[in-house]
Design a protein around this ligand. Structure first.
Ligand SMILES: Nc1nc2c(c(=O)[nH]1)N[C@H]1C(S)=C(S)[C@@H](COP(=O)(O)OP(=O)(O)OC[C@H]3O[C@@H](n4cnc5c(=O)[nH]c(N)nc54)[C@H](O)[C@@H]3O)O[C@H]1N2
Ligand SMILES: Nc1nc2c(c(=O)[nH]1)N[C@H]1C(S)=C(S)[C@@H](COP(=O)(O)OP(=O)(O)OC[C@H]3O[C@@H](n4cnc5c(=O)[nH]c(N)nc54)[C@H](O)[C@@H]3O)O[C@H]1N2
Ligand SMILES: [Mo]
Length: 665
């Protein structure tokens, strides 16, 4: 049989949503490369996806349904048929529903796949059941809340706007790892003379392309943004016309808040020198079209939404929004491209079940009553390692009276705790539709190979579960392809005029998107620096005020893995799980490069290999990547040190807002 080259999409949780070319021969994926015809990703891939075939055909793939035969968490299983697995699951659920009601069952899913069909496949099922609802806020809802506080529902800029900027600020974004193709645009702008700044905590992989780097104290960015605004006002560099015509509440900010943020104060808060802050304010105000790209970093703190709000307010002072290439970018708004209600089917919801925040799974599993959680259905997520407060999560997962089903591609740490473990198909084995949060392309995929072993897609499993539960609404029997056809039949302004033939053939097509300058989808129709709908009506700075332990732990994304994904690949895992600190921090504790250390706080202990890095400021400890316990030096990974505390708005996670101490291991 000849080798065929087909189009597909990277399914992972990343803004780039890359177009793929996949070479296939007899159900075997031979090679994966970038699709040169993809309008945004233009044929290049990150190191992770360059060999996606190694994930698809990994010897670690789960290939048959398994049932637990050893102690919980040990990962000891024996094979069962799909029929038996489905019978067992639904028999357990019926019993639980009879004794405790459907709220005793909780689905737990996030973003193993971003395809809108497979990602949301369980929603209709669990709504229909009346199971507890999951608030899926583990990523960056605080960033969204900070944006909305100022800009309401205003659609985002096009990322290509950056090509027209003369000053690009990457604010807490390690784009080299997490948004590679946007960085390609930044490099293009740089060739045309744009200056690039990075505002971060330490020298991450993106620092190399920056003309200037500014390393601030964790969680202090709100104060920096207010300090820059203070100086723009003081130096009389405000765009008063813009503020008068397009902005609500600048006077209040100017009178009530900004006087508290002169550079002397901001310098003490952020750790930047007064001169640096003054230079930043001057350069920002004098730029023709300054463009700020806000990463998720600043939002993962207890003051995260407010920090983002302060940053988002900044461009309006200099009227950057009205200039081509100016403004602030927090990700694209493609949610309205498809009618999600057809996929999610909230109309099937039974009763008024409680909502559980996914970042508080540990508490939910160990303390909830009336009813207690008696069953967990985990699919395309790995809470045993990605959720905060790992010790409490594992304590919950170890409960003998918790019936856990996991649908996975690999034997993850969560999978090890399953009572029943179901094999999941990869994105090359299923049908889906993809839209991105970093650009405006959409793409349709079809299976390129048969499912590996007995694996099934998320949607197929819910079809089986629904039939066994006796849920007879027609949607449960619909195939992914049928649902996709329904979605395409439902009109959407964003899809108007797109090239349907190309889309159907699997090519990336761009949604019909346009920038409308000086038009803001807020209650007042203006940019709302003053937002009367919020309890805190003006942006301000809230210090973290936490000195419980001497070091701030930042758990940033790693270049060659994605959350806990790709740890199945020997070629992508780092040699060991590093904790990076400044050499002075090691010296004062008599610790050496490469030695095993234990990081600890009130939540737990985690062993790392110590890496000394003069580019990590004193006072900070950096752990990159969300490792599988199997590959960790000790028995725990980084989320044993992170708390279940939520952000100020949006119910987000606070993964970077944790303090630790370290000792020799
Ligand atoms: N390679 C790779 N790519 C990924 C991921 C991955 O794990 N690996 N994860 C994917 C997912 S799920 C997401 S949500 C996105 C996340 O990607 P982004 O939205 O870009 O956000 P982060 O990468 O989480 O944050 C990046 C930077 O924030 C910095 N930072 C942390 N705290 C602060 C602070 O207080 N102030 C400032 N100024 N900087 C701070 C960190 O040091 C880090 O360099 O990336 C996606 N892409
Ligand atoms: N300490 C710390 N913790 C973090 C973060 C951090 O920066 N630091 N990042 C946080 C962020 S931003 C996020 S978004 C979350 C991500 O949390 P998750 O969404 O849980 O992400 P992953 O770790 O990638 O796990 C996804 C799992 O889904 C499986 N999978 C993939 N495709 C499919 C499929 O089609 N079907 C099924 N059933 N399974 C599939 C994969 O094998 C993988 O094990 O983690 C958060 N946790
Ligand atoms: Mo995320």
């Amino acid at each position: 049989m000849a080798v065929k080259t087909e189009r597909s999409v990277c399914p992972y949780d990343c803004p780039d949503c890359c177009g793929l070319l996949v070479e296939v021969e007899k159900n075997q994926v031979l090679r994966v490369s970038g699709d040169p015809e993809h309008p945004f990703t233009c044929g290049t891939l990150c190191p992770k996806m360059n060999h996606y075939e190694r994930t698809v055909h990994s010897p670690r793939r789960l290939t048959e349904p398994l049932i637990r035969c050893g102690k919980k968490g040990r990962g000891e299983f024996r094979p069962v048929s799909w029929d038996e697995a489905i019978d067992q699951i639904t028999a357990h659920w019926r019993k639980i529903i009879d004794s405790f009601g459907p709220e005793a069952i909780l689905p737990y899913s996030y973003a193993g796949t971003m395809g809108i069909i497979q990602r949301n496949a369980g929603h209709p099922f669990f709504y229909r059941m009346g199971a507890s609802l999951l608030d899926r806020g583990i990523c960056t809802p605080a960033k969204g809340a900070g944006w909305e506080a100022v800009m309401g529902k205003t659609p985002a800029l096009h990322p290509d706007e950056v090509l027209h900027s003369d000053l690009i600020i990457l604010w807490s974004s390690n784009a080299a790892a997490t948004n590679l193709h946007f960085l390609h645009k930044v490099k293009q702008a740089k060739k045309h003379g744009a200056k690039v700044w990075l505002i971060d905590l330490y020298r991450n992989q993106t620092a190399g392309i920056a003309d200037r780097t500014f390393y601030v104290r964790p969680g202090s960015d709100g104060a920096l943004a207010l300090g820059l605004m203070h100086l723009v006002v003081r130096n009389q560099l405000c765009d008063r016309d813009f503020l008068t015509s397009q902005v609500q509440g600048f006077d209040e900010l100017e009178k009530q808040i900004l006087p508290d943020y002169p550079p002397e104060v901001v310098s003490c808060i952020t750790g930047l020198s007064i001169t640096t802050i003054e230079e930043m304010a001057q350069a920002y105000a004098l730029a023709q079209a300054p463009f700020i790209s806000v990463g998720g970093g600043v939002s993962r703190y207890r003051n995260g939404a407010m920090s983002v709000r302060c940053i988002v307010a900044l461009p309006s002072l200099v009227g950057a929004w009205s200039k081509r290439g100016g403004g602030c970018f927090v990700g694209t708004s493609t949610g309205a491209a498809f009618d999600m209600s057809l996929i999610e089917r909230r109309d099937l919801l039974r009763g008024n079940p409680r909502t559980i925040n996914m970042s508080q799974l540990g508490t939910a599993l160990t303390t909830l009553n009336n009813p207690p959680l008696k069953s967990l259905y985990i699919y395309h997520s790995n809470p045993a390692v990605v959720a905060p407060d790992q010790n409490q999560v594992l304590e919950g997962l170890a409960r003998e009276d918790l019936f856990t089903v996991v649908h996975e591609r690999f034997m993850t740490d969560s999978a090890r705790y399953a009572d029943i473990l179901l094999p999941a198909a990869t994105s090359l084995e299923t049908s889906d539709i993809y839209r991105s949060y970093g650009h405006y392309c959409i793409q349709r995929t079809r299976p390129l190979i048969a499912p590996v072993g007995q694996s099934k897609s998320n949607r197929e499993v819910f079809t089986l579960l629904a039939a066994a539960m006796g849920y007879d609404e027609p949607c449960f029997a619909q195939s992914a392809e049928e649902l996709i056809n329904d979605l395409l039949a439902a009109p959407s302004a964003l899809r108007q005029g797109i090239d349907l033939a190309s889309f159907s053939a699997g090519k990336a097509v761009e949604l019909s998107w346009q920038t409308v300058k000086n038009s803001y989808a807020t209650a007042s129709g203006r940019i709302e620096i003053f937002n009367p709908a919020l309890s805190e009506q003006l942006p301000c700075y809230r210090p973290l005020s936490d000195d419980s332990y001497p070091l701030q732990l930042v758990t940033a994304p790693a270049l060659k893995t994605l959350n806990s994904t790709f740890f199945e690949r020997d070629d992508l895992r780092d040699a060991t799980m590093w904790l990076k600190v400044h050499p002075d921090e090691a010296r004062s504790r008599n610790l050496e490069e490469g030695q095993r250390v234990t990081a600890f706080n009130d939540l737990g202990d985690v062993d790392f290999s110590l890496q000394l890095d003069a580019e990590v400021p004193p006072g900070l400890a950096v752990a990159e990547g969300v490792w599988w316990i199997e590959f960790a030096p000790g028995r725990r990974t980084v989320n044993s040190l992170t708390s279940q505390r939520l952000t100020d708005l949006g119910g987000g996670s606070t993964f970077y807002d944790n303090r630790i101490e370290i000792r020799g291991g």
